[in-house]
Every structure is written in C-alpha cells, then in structure tokens.
Ligand binder design. Structure first.
Ligand code: MV4
Length: 448
C-alpha cells in the first residue's frame, strides 16, 4: 500500500478520497488554492500545500505546482478525483515519469478512450452495441454522404469532446454545410482537435451508465448501472441506482459484454461506460469516463462497496479479492441529489458566505460535502455544495426518504437548488421512473 497520497482536488471529492485513505492507513496531502486555505479538505489532511491563486488554471490544473507539492511532501501517489486533471493523459504520464503513481488507468488507456472516434472503434471491435455512425468526417460533402447512409436526423460530435459540448443536430442535407463548419470550428477552438464524426440521433434518450472496475491481475467487475437522465444543460441533477429501465436480465447481459470489452482492452482501475437508451429500451455505447464519477455513491449504497478504496488498492498493485466476477447483487435503491449553490430562477452560480449549514441525517441518509457554516463558497469553481444520498429497500421508499431529507436541509446565506429537487421528486415521470433527458427542461419550464 502507498505511504502517502496527494489529493489533487478540492471540495467533497477531496474529502471522499481523504476518508478512504484514513481507513487504508495512508497519510494524506491536500493541495489548495489561496481562496481554499480554510477549506475542509485542507483541515482534514495530514499536510497541506498551497499550489497557487484562485483560478483553476493557476492551481488545481497547475501540473508543475502539483508535482512539486508531491515531491516536497514525498507522496508516492496522486489521486486526481474528478474534473481538473483526472482525465489528462499527459498528467498521468508526467506522474509516472516522476515515479509517482497516478491513481487511475494507464495514460495509454486514457488516450484510447478519451478520443471518441477511437473509443467507437474499440467498442465495435469488442462487441459493445453502437449507434450507426461514421469515423472522422473529411468534408461537408463526406458528412452528407455518411448522413444519407445512416439516415437523417444525425448528430455531429467532436472526437476530442465529450459531456455534450460542441454537438450539432442535422435534420437534412440543406443544414449540413453550415452545421459541419460550425462543429469543426467548435471542436478546433474547444478541444484543439478539429475531428468531427456523426451518429444517428436518438430524440428522447435516457442516459444510463455502467460502473466497471479492474485490478492489475486480470480481475474485472461490473457493479450495475446508474440512471442519469435527469440533467440540465449536460449537468446531472439527480442520479439513482439501479435504473428503473433496466431488468436483471439486461443488467446481466450488459455486464458480460462490458467485462469482455474491458478485459480485452487491458483497462484497469475504475471506469464508467455511458450509454443512451432509445424508446425500444435498446442501449448504445456513447463514451467511457476513466475516472471516479460524482455519482459513485449511489452504486456504493446498493453494493455496499467502497469504490474509492478499491481504486486505490488496485493502483497499489493489490490483487483485489471480491467474491466473483458476476454482476454484483444489489440491495435496495439509492438516489442522489446534487445540491448546488445557484440562483433558483436563472441557475447561475450563487457564491458567497454560508451563514448556517445543517445537513440532514437519520436512517439511510448520506451527505458527501466539503462545506460548513461560516465557509465562503468561492466563485472560481463549480457550484456543487453537497451530494445528498438516500438509500431504502425500494425506489418508492427512497423517494419518500429523499423528500424527508430535503425538507431537513438548512443552508442560509446563499441560494440553492433544493426546491428544484423537491419539484422533480413530485413529478409524475420521475415518480413512475419513466424520465428522459428532456424531463428537467419540462419541469423547469422552457424559459430556461
Ligand atoms: C446523443 C444524443 C442523441 N443521439 N447522441 C450528450 C452528452 C454526450 N455524452 C452525448 N450526448 C447526447 N448524445 C445521439 N446519437 C443526445 C445526447 C444528449 C444527452 C445525453 C445524455 C444526457 C443528456 C443529454 C442531453 C442532451 C443531449
């Protein structure tokens, strides 16, 4: 096991990693920007190093400062959390060169899955179900030919993109020249890679993702799926496990296909495979996230596993001893609400001083947060204040428990999206479990 892990992140995920380290008997180093000097992750760590001013580009994304902090403190590994440097293959390569273990997959695996056209090729080769689509499109004429073959409507995507940025829907030949030019331009400026490909469009998809884990000794596990359809502008709002749209048979079938693909590509560490589900409930592979995800707690609640601990143990080269490689047996249902500091009307971030903070508790309630009463939420980072997770024997009971917990949550001084969560958990589609990626937009009203 490692002696000391540097956590290259902030907020709730830095605390989450700290907690796993404590239980594994590993010393911790927090890094922080100027505005985070009094943050909880700094107070809970064994050591802390200031790595720069508030802007992330000067601190949490500052590779030389983070590597120096690891060298000064003699940390033997770096956990990147999510966001920031977590999917930066170059950072993983630099860590290895400096004899520091990057807690995640190899730089080669990060590159292979990070490029969407390469990921599609891998997925096709190893039997993951794919939407009809193209490889890299060379011109608007080439794009129109491919779109005709696939059948309109199609969606243009950036190969270097992900998370929904730089996508363009195209419904016919007439729209293609402009759409192609715009998609290419956005890809070039946004991701420094002009490569664009296209796919058959699914109009009202559900977003479902599968959790995988692999150690360095050939052990590969899938821990079922998470339902992530409740999103706004590509930001997830509520996630749950299991998905109400997945039967045990489908979970078993997907688990087998995914484990085979993961094994044959030599992938290691935690990973998440994102799928779209169409009206026929068929699943299609979209992309793979090579990091721990924000919503990992819902999987932890229904499996009883500590995914971050498993990720650290695998990175340390441990042969992980889980009972078998069949899909995990699930206990009950878990829902997560992302509590953000934001304007309830405009959804704009609402940084500022938290005057009072009282998180809910009681049976089946978990809160992962990095804030406290008296903490000033900086304007420089994302607006996630806390993840509220409710676990109960059934989905209906988990919804009731979540409503109860939301009613108990006290945050004053700033505004939050707690009322949005209450509205979503009172919505018919959400209650019935038939939500799609359009549901949040409908509940919040078209104005936004
Ligand atoms: C799509 C799609 C429809 N058809 N691909 C958005 C995130 C990125 N990973 C892929 N995304 C989409 N890809 C095809 N072929 C619709 C979306 C999409 C979406 C996906 C998941 C969750 C929310 C979404 C919101 C709008 C669009």
């Amino acid at each position: 096991m490692f002696k000391k892990i540097l956590i290259a992140n902030r907020g709730e995920i830095a605390l989450r990693v700290l907690r796993a380290c404590r239980e594994l008997g590993v010393k911790t180093v927090a890094v922080h920007s100027d505005v985070d000097a009094r943050a909880l992750h700094v107070r809970f760590a064994d050591e802390a190093v200031c790595i720069g001013p508030a802007p992330a580009s000067k601190s949490y994304l500052n590779i030389p400062a983070i590597i120096s902090a690891a060298e000064i403190t003699a940390a033997d590994a770096i956990h990147p959390g999510y966001g920031f440097l977590s999917e930066n293959a170059e950072f993983a390569r630099i860590c290895a060169k400096c004899n520091i273990t990057f807690i995640g997959p190899t730089p080669e695996a990060m590159r292979a899955w990070g490029d969407k056209v390469t990921a599609r090729k891998n997925a096709a080769r190893f039997g993951l179900p794919l939407l009809s689509g193209s490889t890299v499109l060379e011109s608007a004429e080439h794009a129109a030919r491919e779109a005709k073959r696939i059948g309109y409507p199609v969606i243009l995507k950036a190969s270097g993109g992900g998370g929904g940025r730089g996508m363009r829907i195209v419904r016919g030949d007439a729209e293609m020249p402009d759409a192609f030019a715009q998609a290419r331009h956005e890809a070039e400026t946004g991701f420094k890679n002009p490569d664009v490909y296209c796919e058959k469009l699914i109009e009202r998809p559900r977003h479902i993702e599968f959790q995988v884990f692999a150690d360095n000794h050939g052990g590969v596990w899938t821990f079922g799926e998470r339902e992530c359809s409740l999103q706004r502008r590509h930001q997830k709002v509520i996630e749950e496990a299991p998905s109400p749209a997945i039967t045990p048979e489908k979970r078993q079938e997907m688990g087998e296909v995914i484990r085979k693909a993961v094994r044959e590509t030599g992938y290691t560490s935690l990973g998440t495979l994102e799928f779209l589900m169409d009206e026929k409930k068929d699943l299609y592979f979209l992309e793979m996230n090579t990091r721990v995800q924000v919503e990992h707690p819902v999987t932890e609640m229904v499996t009883g596993l500590d995914l971050v601990s498993l990720q650290i143990r695998a990175a340390a080269g441990e042969k992980v001893d889980l009972p078998d490689t069949r899909p995990w047996s699930f206990r009950g249902h878990a829902i997560e609400c992302r509590i953000n500091a934001e304007d309830p009307k405009t959804f704009a971030p609402w940084p500022g001083l938290i005057t009072e903070y009282h998180p809910p508790g009681g049976a089946g309630v978990r809160v992962d947060s990095g804030v406290y009463g008296g903490w000033r939420v900086p304007a420089d980072y994302d607006s996630l204040l806390a993840k509220l997770i409710a676990h109960a024997p059934t989905r209906a009971e988990a919804i009731i428990r979540m409503r109860r917990a939301l009613d108990e949550f006290i945050v004053t001084g700033i505004r939050t999206n707690i009322e949005l969560h209450k509205a979503l958990l009172a919505d018919r589609e959400v209650i019935e479990g038939t939500m799609t990626t359009r549901t949040v937009e409908r509940v919040t009203g078209k104005g936004h």
